[in-house]
Design a protein around this ligand. Sequence first.
Ligand code: SF4
Length: 353
Amino acid sequence: MSTELLTRPVPGTTVFVPELVYFEPDAMNYSKGQKIYEWAKQQGLEIHMTTSHNQIRDLPGDSELEKYRIAKRTLVVGIRKTLKFDTSKPSAEYAIPIATGCMGHCHYCYLQTTLGAKPYIRVYVNMDDILGAAQKYIDERVPEITRFEAACTSDPVGLEHISGSLKQVIEFMGQQEHGRLRFVTKYHHVEPLLDAKHNKHTRFRFSVNADYVIKNFEPGTSKFHERIEAAGKVAKAGYPLGFIIAPIIWHEGWEEGYATLLERLYNELPAEAAQDLTFEMIQHRFTRTAKNVIEKRYPKTKLEMDEEKRKYKWGRWGQGKYVYQDEQANALREFITEQIFDKFPQAKIEYFT
Ligand code: SF4
C-alpha cells in the first residue's frame, strides 16, 4: 500500500442531499418554502410539485425495495396541518412535529413501521403555526414545565442545513419560562446550532452505542467519533448534554462493547460535558410487524429478532412487543449503569426501558 493511501484522511459523513424534491404549492407562500426551493435549484435537484405531502405516489423504482431506497432520498416540503401533538413518554410530554422521516438506514428504526408506506422525508414550512401550538401546550400546564421532543419522527439535526427549523424551536424554547426542548441525533452536523440562543432550555442528546451496533445496524448515519466530536462542541456551546444508549443489543462481547463505549466517551469528551449530563437507556425491542418489514428492507441484516428468545410485553393499544428476558434485561441495565457511574459519577440516568 502506498504511503499516500495510508495517510489520506478518511472522508467524513456528508450532509444529506436528496435526489428528488417535492413541494406543495402552498409551501411557496412561506419564506422557508422559497428558501428550500432556491437551495434545491442551486443543487440541481429534480423538483416536482405535489398536491399533498401525504400523497407521494409516483416515486420511481421497479421493486418495493428500490422504491423504499428512493423514498429515503426524497424530500417533501409541505404544510403541517395536524397541530395536535402526540405524547412522548418517557422522555417528554409532547412530540413537536418539525419533520417526518429520515435519511438514515438504521435497521431497527421504528419509523419503518410507524411511517408505513410513506418513508420519504417531510419538512414543514409553517413554523409559526407549530410554535403557536407549542405555546398553547405550555400555557395549559403552567406552572409545570412542559418538555417537547423534536426527534420522535425524524432526526432533525440531519435536516437542519435544509430547513433551519430546529434552531427556530431552540430559540423559541430559550425564551419560554415553562417550555423545554430535547432531541436526539445520530448526525454530527451541529454547526448551524452552536450559536443558537438556547438559554440552556434545550437538552442536546446524541445516540451512541457499542461499536458492533453502529457498524452493523446504522448505515447512513455519522460515525461514532464524529458524534462524540460534535457532542464536545455542543457542550462547549453551553447546551445541557445527554446520551441515549439505544437500542441496547445483546451480542457476543456486549460487556466489552458497552464498557468501551463509556470509556471512549470519558476519554474523548471535554470537561464541560460532564457538568450537566444525562443518560437514557433503551433495550432493543421489536413487534411482529416490524420484523416483517425489516426482513424485507434489510434482508441480510444480522439483527436478532427471534421471538422464542424474547419476552412478550403487552402493548397499550393492541400489538405488543418483544423485549429481552428479564434476566438479560437486568444484566444489561446493571452493567451499563455501573459503567456510567464509574466514568461519570455526577450524571443522571433518566430511565432504562
Ligand atoms: S437516524 Fe434515527 S430516525 Fe434516522 S433511521 Fe436511524 S434511528 Fe431512524
